[in-house]
Design a protein around this ligand. Structure first.
Ligand code: PFF
Length: 530
């Protein structure tokens, strides 16, 4: 067998990389989820907390992922394999902890969880840090399976908007309609299939002529659509109340819970914790600037999330609805709002098209993580990997699609899960969402920052970042901010506060602690409520 690495495709330039990575980051999370969690958590105050999470934790972790990818030129599993030491005490300690937890659970006769923990502990001993990369590939499957179901709903709603079927007199009617729509297997599975097919077609074409080419078309389209919708929304009579709600901070609504929601969402929104950015970073050339690229991706992602709020809240307030409608905001309240304004069907079509475009550029990055693993590590052809795993994800997603309201149609799987784990909250769709958003992404983020901070080492990472971004590591932050970085008296050998030193501190201490606290709180092992 020929083991020589296949030449790796690269982005054609920095813009291509930034648009593709921003395309991954900007998705349903920005347009569907961010506005409603903002609505439920105090408007402007939540936005501020979110911005803080992005700056202190999101951006530093993104730098870690992109750097690992570019340095190794490999998928997440390959990247960890290449960088991890032969034996890691930290990994052994974690493995031992998990194993002991498993035995402890056996003592309490919790056989399902206990067995899972023992298996996990043994896997940690065997595969050490590489397991973090594998978790990313698994997250690619689980996230895309439920993500594509929601993306499928947007395809269905585009169709229905075009044919003027979203004529809801009030939200109750819209809710009933939506409930019937998502429970109709033909619509739910059919639209989910179309979405997966679109992802497969793009990823099949490869990095440059598939992902990059389509990101360069779809991202400007997305920007244009959202701009048009904002203008429509803020020019409606009575829109000012929505703008005020969105931009005026109400700090009384901020508590530990909302801070943790902001942190979790920052991870999901920036596509962090599962190696999507490792994968996209692996198609980067060494001359490209990792720091500036990261700032651009984070900026674009945050900008679009803020813009989505401006497209939605003014219209919602103008028509007299409340901001805290939860997940139904986009599929129930908005169609009702559009129905009440002139040319409503047109606006509804544009809005759901926007949602689809955003979902598509994220969906392809999820499929690319899985594809890159099979191409790099298993030597599959790209074509075979995309088609086979597109189909597998279609099957998994179909289970999400038909179980979205309850388990009636999948009673046997439900029975099995209950037997193993004692109880199961929500539908199969919720289980997939829960596993990825509450377990795989935070744990992935935690281990990626621990790995770069303490195992691979910030020194090696900074050496990689230096290529293409000299300012990040070698210029005193104060001189940089003062515009004196080229002045001879400011280029001494000893630099205390560089961007790199700040980043190192965030990665080694702040991110792991914050993510661990958030994780323990989410799984219920730590109660931080006052
Ligand atoms: N960032 C995407 C969103 O906000 O919708 C979701 C996502 C895409 C998460 C890709 C993770 C990922 F790898």
């Amino acid at each position: 067998m020929n083991d020589a690495p296949t030449p790796r495709e690269h982005w054609s330039g920095t813009l291509g990389f930034i648009l593709a990575a921003a395309g991954s980051a900007i998705g349903l999370g920005n347009i569907w989820k961010f506005p409603y969690i903002t609505g439920e958590n105090g408007g402007g105050a939540f936005v501020l907390v979110y911005l803080l999470c992005i700056a202190v934790i999101g951006a530093p972790v993104m730098i870690c992922e992109i750097t690992m990818g570019r340095h190794t030129q490999r998928n997440p599993v390959g990247a960890f394999k290449a960088l991890a030491p032969r034996s890691s005490t930290l990994a052994h300690l974690i493995g031992l902890g998990v194993l002991l937890t498993g035995f402890f659970l056996f003592a309490f006769r919790d056989w399902g969880w206990g067995t899972l923990m023992v298996i996990l502990g043994l896997l940690i001993f065997r595969y050490s840090w590489t397991l973090v990369g594998a978790m990313g590939v698994i997250a690619g499957f689980t996230i895309l399976s439920f993500y594509s179901v929601v993306a499928g709903w947007t395809i269905g709603y585009i169709w229905k908007a075009v044919f003027r079927q979203l004529n809801f007199a009030d939200v109750a009617v819209a809710k009933e309609y939506f409930g019937a729509f998502i429970q109709n297997p033909a619509w739910a599975i059919g639209c989910h299939f179309i979405f997966i097919l679109l992802c497969v077609l793009i990823v099949y074409k490869g990095v440059k002529s598939g992902i990059e080419r389509w990101s360069k078309i779809l991202m400007p389209l997305l920007f244009l659509l959202i701009l048009v919708l904002i203008i429509r929304s803020i020019t409606l009579p009575g829109a000012a109340a929505g703008v005020r709600f969105y931009l005026t901070p109400d700090f009384s609504k901020i508590n530990t819970g909302s801070v943790l929601i902001a942190l979790g969402h920052a991870f999901f929104s920036l596509s962090l914790g599962m190696g999507a950015m490792i994968t996209y970073g692996s198609y980067m050339g060494r001359e490209q600037n990792i720091f500036v690229s990261t700032l651009s991706i984070v900026f674009l992602d945050t900008l679009i999330a803020l813009m989505a709020g401006l497209a939605i809240f003014p219209a919602v307030f103008a028509q007299g609805f409340g901001p805290d409608a939860g997940p139904g905001l986009v599929f129930q309240v908005l169609p009702t709002v559009f129905h009440q304004i002139p040319f409503g069907a047109f606006w509804a079509t544009l809005f759901f098209l926007l949602l689809l475009v955003a979902a598509l550029t994220s969906g392809i990055s999820l499929l690319e993580v899985v594809t890159a693993y099979f191409v790099d590590e298993r030597r599959w052809s790209r074509h075979r990997a995309t088609v086979v795993f597109g189909f597998v994800i279609f099957l998994l997603g179909s289970l999400c699609a038909i179980s979205v309201a309850n388990w009636d149609r999948l009673a046997w799987i439900h029975g099995l899960l209950v037997k193993v784990f004692g109880s199961v909250k929500g539908s199969f769709f919720d289980v997939m969402d829960h596993i990825s958003s509450n377990w795989l992404l935070p744990l992935g983020g935690l281990f990626i920052s621990l790995f770069v901070g303490w195992i691979w080492g910030t020194k090696h990472a900074v050496d990689e970042i230096r290529h293409g971004s000299h300012n990040f590591a070698d210029v005193h932050l104060i001189s940089l901010l003062a515009g004196l970085k080229d002045d001879p008296s400011h280029s001494s050998e000893i630099h205390v506060i560089t961007l790199a030193s700040l980043w190192g501190i965030f990665i080694r201490f702040i991110s792991p602690v914050a993510v661990l606290i958030a994780f323990l709180h989410t799984i219920g092992w730590l109660d931080l409520r006052p």
